[in-house]
Design a binder for this molecule. Structure first.
Ligand code: NAP
Length: 248
């Protein structure tokens, strides 16, 4: 039997990058997977088709995680179709980098609203069915930048550090209901988010990674799959760095 046999999983930002890899790997482990996206409907539909080819059910919903009402609507549709939600992966995220003095109020708000408030919105909506079921796994995508800070990313690092505080607090709140809440902190992963780095910036970064290479999205997704599985039932409130050793 597969580790996630017939579990219902929701992956935000499942149309591209790390979220796409998570959705596909959860489906390979036996889950039925709902993904959300903001703009990329063609890419989202392609992920749905790939999941269906694996024999699992899949749906994509266009929903902005920064809007509570849209998050609630997604969860309502899932519970009416699938009757439960076993796994929530809060993966959707954006960057709007710049030195603090150059970050506009709207860029600050966009990053905090998507990355941090988005986690609040989706988790609040999903927790109701999980509390009723007395089981569930919430996995939040943070970043090593939320632990170390990074010049030029005050907004992003604040959102990712906020996710870590959220994860630990919620883990304490809902542990008695058999709901595990963990965070995964990737280092540098090859996706659209990191594609704009120059060769020189990339080389400087790789010099700081003990494994001397960047990560593939699948290498993050495998850790998410483990945290979503019954094998991780005794793990909660943790931040798992998947960073080639950068945080050592
Ligand atoms: P990506 O390739 O840019 O993909 C981002 C995904 O999030 C897309 O599916 C996007 O949907 C979705 N999204 C963005 N804003 C949204 C919103 N308001 N509502 C719903 N969905 C939204 O990014 P990635 O590199 O895979 O990153 C995924 C997560 O890992 C993020 O939380 C990121 O901070 C984190 N992370 C990434 C790295 C890295 O090196 N790449 C490192 C550490 C942490 P559309 O396709 O519709 O735009």
């Amino acid at each position: 039997m597969k580790t996630l046999n017939d579990k219902i999983a929701l992956v935000t930002g499942g149309s591209r990058g790390i979220g796409r890899a998570i959705a596909l790997i959860l489906a390979s482990a036996g889950a039925h997977v709902v993904i959300t996206y903001r703009n990329s409907s063609r890419e989202a539909q392609a992920v749905v088709e790939e999941i269906k080819k694996k024999g699992q059910e899949s749906v994509a919903f266009q929903a902005d995680v920064s809007v509570l009402k849209q998050s609630e609507e997604v969860v309502e549709k899932i519970t009416s179709q699938f009757k439960r939600i076993d796994v929530l992966v809060n993966n959707a995220g954006i960057t709007k980098d710049g030195l603090l003095m150059r970050i506009s109020e709207s860029d600050w708000d966009a990053v905090i609203d998507t990355n941090l408030k988005g986690v609040f919105n989706m988790t609040k909506a999903t927790l109701r069915p999980m509390l009723g079921q007395r089981s569930g796994k919430v996995i939040n995508m943070t970043s090593i930048v939320g632990l170390t800070g990074n010049a030029g990313q005050t907004n992003y690092a604040a959102s990712k550090a906020g996710i870590i505080g959220f994860t630990k607090s919620l883990a304490k709140e809902v542990g008695s209901r058999n709901i595990q809440v963990n965070a995964v902190a990737p280092g540098y992963v090859e996706t659209d988010m990191t594609a704009q780095l120059t060769d020189e910036q990339r080389k400087l970064l790789i010099d700081q990674i003990p494994l001397r290479r960047t990560a593939k999205p699948e290498e993050i997704a495998h850790v998410v799959k483990f945290l979503a599985s019954p094998e991780a039932d005794y793990i909660t409130g943790q931040v798992i760095c998947v960073d080639g050793g950068m945080m050592m």
